[in-house]
Design a protein around this ligand. Sequence first.
Ligand code: AMP
Length: 571
Amino acid sequence: MIVGIDLGTTNSLIAIWENGAARLVPNSLGEVLTPSCVSVDGDGSILVGRAASERLQTHPHASAASFKRLMGSDKTLHLGQRAFRPEELSALVLRSLKEDAEAALGQPVREAVITVPAYFSDAQRKATRTAGELAGLKVDRLLNEPTAAALAYGIHLRGDETRFLVFDLGGGTFDVSVLDLFENVMEVRASAGDNQLGGEDFVTTLVERFFEIARVPDRLRGDAHFMQRLRARVEAGKRMLSTSPCVTIRVDDGALDYTMELDQADFEQHCALLLARLRSPVERALRDARLPIAELDNIVLAGGATRMPAVRRMAARMFGRFPACEINPDEVVALGAAVQAGLKMHDAALDEVVMTDVAPYSLGVDTTIHLDGDNYSHGHFDPIIERNTVIPVSRVKRYYPLQDKQTGVDLNIFQGEARMAEDNIRLGQLKIALPSAPRDDNGVDVRFTYDVNGLLQVEATLVRTGEVFSLVIEGNPGLLTEEEIRECFAALSALKIHPREHLENRTLLARGERLYQQLRGVAREQMGAQILQFESALETQERRIIAPAAAHFRDVLDYFEHQNFLLPDDD
Ligand code: AMP
């Protein structure tokens, strides 16, 4: 069984292709969204998902979220005593999803299609693949998120010729793709994006505004508990504003209350710069696809952050019409990944659909331009594969050394669109030793091969001798070696994972602890008593006592959540 996984910045989902349709698989709490959060519990065991996201507020130093943004970097996150790399944390999320699917399907899950933002770099893609391996999954394919969203819609729309644009704003990234679906061939014509723009940035901006408007003292910026609580309140407020005209965000520091009112107009004003940044990737994708806006048949929304009315209004203004959102934007990417899994398994219902994708950015080398006489201009970026070329693709270009009898060249590999190489992302270096020869007779053929997963291979062949050099990405601190992967795998396998069957009750307790911290006075005391009561029920280890106690505790939590939490102003 191959599964489809949307490994999101905020939430992750797993879906399968079954009986000719894509279906989401719920986790042990019965929910299809699993927060991409990891926390180390008091007894050292690992919690993933909802329980971990509750603990982000109560135990910020033992919990982590948004690590997708660090994929491909060498940053580590400290959870209690232990340091984790971003791919290890992602692996824990993947493992939890895999176990949920195994429990639901009653069979082992070993292979997966995992989605990545189209704009993920080579290192970020490799780190995602490594995360899959660390979770015990063979990663069949890394699929671009907007392509996945389009696949989910493509299956839905099947038959007609359709040109559509996928507008995918997730927690951490913004991706735009222009697709053409004709006689069951789905072709990505262009994609563009901003991998530093997502729903989380709106929260960051609103938190900043909160400090100003609610006159929060600056010293509280250093208080991790306060900051986590404030972020959570702002996040909840932002979401509530998607369905309410106005909200009040309130947070206290134990002594004083701070509040900020927020309506749609305030939101648009505070976030104007972020909203404006949505425009340029859309324009670039349409320009590259050589398609005027008027010729688009449909605009598809994907990613949880497209629920924000301000984002929808911005999209409607840009396109002159309201976008399609028949499929839940949180779920569309995972469903598309399951369609791709179905294609991989050669499901009869899908056999005819052919899918093509493109390279979302240009890939090339740095070169020196000979101006005249002894004058040279160094460090120019020379693309070998141009952005939005259909993949898989292999392109070759011939380069010559600058001097006669030059003994070697160091070829630097970059990705990006800037004219000067140093303004792009450096992927690695290829050192080539040259035979002694006149420069014009000492050419090097540089071949770039970009596969369907968006991974790059570089090979240089000496024209004179046929000798071949391959790119080894040396000393890239963002990538693990085979040896390190094996070590990490062993270390992760040795971790104590919180038992799946107890996760639901553990999540209720984590929620109770979070509410306890948020409440004050009598309400806080009542919450403390309720937690104790539920803990005593758990200690009995008797199902007939625990089940009703859990149901009661959940009602209590829901009640306090409503009492305490921010409410729409008109409520
Ligand atoms: P994704 O990475 O697709 O899971 O998107 C997660 C992002 O969507 C987060 O930044 C969430 O805050 C945001 N999001 C989810 N639901 C809503 C909502 N109802 N209103 C506004 N933003 C939302």
